[in-house]
Ligand binder design. Structure first.
Ligand SMILES: [Zn+2]
Length: 117
């Protein structure tokens, strides 16, 4: 377990962004989810030549957590290369988040570290 704050979660999402596999869009996205007991799982976007098979960073992080036995979440932070706008989860990711409850704090960020929840 690590201590956390919104800033720490955003920092971890920004680190995860650097691992994004995005040869088609060159648009990097990272995410970090916080479980209810304080564990953090990160994920990055993973694109595919068949575009519809691409996996968002948010769902990558959630699936990593679930596959390790964690299904209760407190928060998610999302990072991208957008400089003047906040990155926001897509509909598919919102549906997956909804599967695991309505208690999410969602931290959107910009490249300069600006945040919004
Ligand atoms: Zn998504």
């Amino acid at each position: 377990m690590e201590s956390w704050s919104p800033q720490v979660l955003i920092q971890k999402s920004q680190e995860a962004k650097t691992l994004a596999f995005c040869p088609y869009s060159n648009f990097r996205v990272g995410a970090a989810v916080l479980t209810s007991d304080g564990n953090v799982f990160t994920g990055c976007s993973v694109e595919n030549a068949c575009y519809s098979l691409a996996m968002c960073a948010e769902r990558t992080a959630i699936c990593k957590a679930v596959s390790e036995g964690y299904t209760a979440f407190k928060a998610i932070a999302i990072a991208s290369d957008l400089e003047d706008r906040f990155i926001s989860p897509c509909g598919a990711c919102r549906q997956v988040m909804r599967e695991f409850g309505l208690q999410w704090d969602v931290y959107l960020s910009k490249t300069d570290g600006g945040q919004k929840n």
